[in-house]
Ligand binder design. Structure first.
Ligand code: PSU
Ligand code: MN
Length: 312
């Protein structure tokens, strides 16, 4: 079933379906696996993973969920591989870009973040990627000063010509600082049918979006024009659907508690986001899970619409 497109030691393999779609000029949308393995609880993650792939297909594109299994970067997972990524005992590491080399070389497995998914998508020839939230510049945790915790997602967007569709980033991050880093790195930031930059569970972060767009064809035109001049990515920020937005008071309370929890347990680095997400999901009685699922589905649908425009 697998078509190996580049020999070891690079170890990148596309599914036959994705390879055929790319060869035939059919729209393809990349999907990440960290959101499944580290962002959603077992059981729910498989449902969501399957729903995302269905959503892309329903919009006329081919989904390419990306993960690393047994030393091979897979672009397009079989149903069995998707089950493995979502299994309760999968024990997959969260792989950002810096982890790809070591894990591929040593034959390991793991789930890919926005950074590593974007780079693998581009390596495979995929230009559009739909996900939930982007990593960014972290706020100092209570009692700390500067953390130096800046997600590699930003560095990857700075130099990977892929469109990333997301719902902004969580307010656990320093959103103004993250937008500054994106500007420094020449990443266009577009707001989809909004003048305000979204903050994941909430439709607005209170910050203006640098540029507003109102339909997928405009996004496709901007992506094409941008690629003539720059190798950086493009960020399309799509606010959570209004009916799925979280209650702001509940959101603010969970956020404050989550940050306390992270500080008291001395959580750091790559573990911060998963620990905070877990707190949201348990303490909200599942409300944040529903919100999370609906926003990713909406983003993946929009990504497919843009991919179809780009392919036409
Ligand atoms: N934000 C979310 N959910 C997630 C992530 C971010 O709301 O699942 C994941 C994504 O895979 C993202 C990664 O690329 O966390 C960023 O992690 P870090 O800050 O460690 O780079
Ligand atoms: Mn980090």
């Amino acid at each position: 079933m697998l078509t190996v497109i580049s020999p070891a030691p690079h170890r990148l393999a596309m599914s036959a379906e994705v390879a055929d779609a790319l060869a035939g000029g059919t729209a393809v949308v990349a999907l990440e696996s960290t959101i499944l393995s580290h962002g959603l609880p077992p059981g729910r993650n498989l449902e969501v993973g399957r729903r995302l792939e269905r959503t892309v297909r329903d919009a006329g594109a081919v989904p390419a969920t990306i993960a690393v299994l047994d030393g091979q970067a897979l672009v397009g997972l079989s149903p069995v591989q998707l089950e493995r990524v979502c299994a309760p005992d999968a024990g997959l590491d969260k792989l950002s870009l810096r982890d790809l080399g070591p894990v591929l070389a040593l034959g390991g497995s793991g789930a890919t973040t926005v950074a590593s998914t974007a780079v693998l998508a581009h390596a495979a020839g995929i230009g559009v990627f739909g996900t939930g939230g982007l990593g960014g510049v972290h706020l100092p945790l209570p009692g700390a000063s500067v953390t130096w915790d800046v997600s590699a997602d930003l560095g990857a967007l700075a130099r990977t010509p892929v469109l990333v569709v997301c719902s902004g980033m969580k307010s656990i991050l320093d959103i103004p600082a993250t937008l500054e880093v994106l500007e420094t790195n020449s990443v266009p930031v577009l707001g989809y049918r909004t003048d305000e930059f979204p903050s994941f569970y909430l439709r607005s972060s209170g910050l203006p979006v640098p540029r507003r767009v109102d339909d997928p064809a405009q996004v496709a035109a901007i992506v094409s024009a941008h690629r003539h001049f720059a190798d950086s990515g493009v960020l399309l920020a799509n606010p959570i659907p209004p009916e799925s937005e979280m209650d702001r008071e509940l959101h603010d309370r969970l956020l404050a508690e989550g940050l306390e929890l992270v500080a008291s347990r001395a959580v750091s680095g790559a573990d911060v986001t998963p620990v905070l997400l877990e707190h949201f999901h348990t303490a909200s009685g599942g409300a944040s899970l529903d919100a999370n699922e609906e926003l990713v589905v909406a983003n993946v649908r929009l990504a497919a619409e843009v991919a179809v425009e780009l392919a036409s």
